[in-house]
Design a protein around this ligand. Structure first.
Ligand code: PAF
Length: 272
């Protein structure tokens, strides 16, 4: 595996690649969720590029940019183990100049995650577009856990006519059901136990739907009931384009929840 730190090196290497490229962008602190994306990329492409870059433009003032977990050495080993070909680890000054062309995510990026973090998705789309420009992937792999991010990146690729296939990958969970996240390490023992109510509430919703319940209000009430003791930020039921829906439509529906544990926000969702 080759570690790349400069734009020039990455561009020069990219020019020599004529076969399929699978790209997995990450912010590091790699866990089994990332590993499953990398493994899928490994299976489906000749060349695999992973990036590790904690992107400042997607953090709002006061968010956990400085405290965001950084585990470069462990991450390098994981990428070696997963047979990554190129690991791109740029500095902030490598990725950003002083004054830049900006990306404005569509209005729907200001709801749900974007309401709690206004401007977050502008930063995500900007860095992903830069990384796409550099790596020019055939396939780019994103987890369904960040469902709104995935939906906006898919829309960006479509709207900007980028010749990239965005691959949506299933959520990877701990054995007890907690969705994997780099932020899980912030949870203390009690919070870690309480966090199981997120997946429990989603499974309860899924079993209601399996029993033919279609009214999203009833389903949301049930989810709130299961998570009664938690600090729930939102429960939303949307279609794949992130429009809120009143009636469940199978194969076109995502139930999203966000819960706060102190300063840590945990997201979970289920795609129906
Ligand atoms: O999902 C993430 O880890 C980040 O938002 C991404 C896509 C790597 C962009 O910084």
């Amino acid at each position: 595996m080759k570690i790349i730190r400069t734009i020039e090196e990455l561009q020069n290497i990219r020019k020599t690649i004529t076969s399929s490229v699978g790209f997995v962008p990450t912010m590091g602190a790699l866990h089994d969720g990332h590993i499953s994306l990398i493994k899928q990329a490994r299976e489906e492409n000749e060349i695999v590029i992973v990036s590790i870059f904690v992107n400042p433009t997607q953090f709002l003032p006061g968010e956990d940019l400085d405290a965001y977990p950084r585990k470069d050495e462990a991450d390098k080993k994981i990428c070696e183990m997963c047979k990554v070909d190129y690991l791109f680890m740029p500095e902030i000054s490598t990725m950003y100049g002083k004054e830049e062309v900006l990306i404005k995510a569509p209005n729907k990026s200001y709801m749900l995650e974007g309401e709690a973090r206004p401007g977050h998705f502008d930063g995500v789309l900007l860095v992903v577009l830069k990384l796409f420009g550099l790596t020019q992937p055939t396939n780019a792999y994103f987890g369904k856990k960040d469902a709104q991010q995935l939906s906006l990146i898919t829309q960006m690729v479509k709207d900007l006519f980028l010749p990239i296939n965005v691959v949506a990958c299933d959520i990877v969970r701990e054995n007890d059901g907690l969705a994997m996240s780099s932020r899980n390490i912030y949870l203390d023992q009690t919070q870690r136990k309480d966090a199981l109510l997120l997946s429990k509430s989603l499974y309860t919703a899924a079993s209601l739907i399996a029993k033919d319940e279609r009214d999203t209000k009833t389903i949301k009430n049930k989810i709130h009931e299961v998570m009664e003791k938690l600090d729930v930020e939102y429960v939303a039921i949307v279609d794949r384009e992130f429009n809120e829906i009143q009636t469940i439509e199978l194969n076109n529906c995502i139930i999203l929840i966000v819960v706060r544990f102190g300063n840590t926000r945990l997201l979970d969702n289920i795609w129906l």
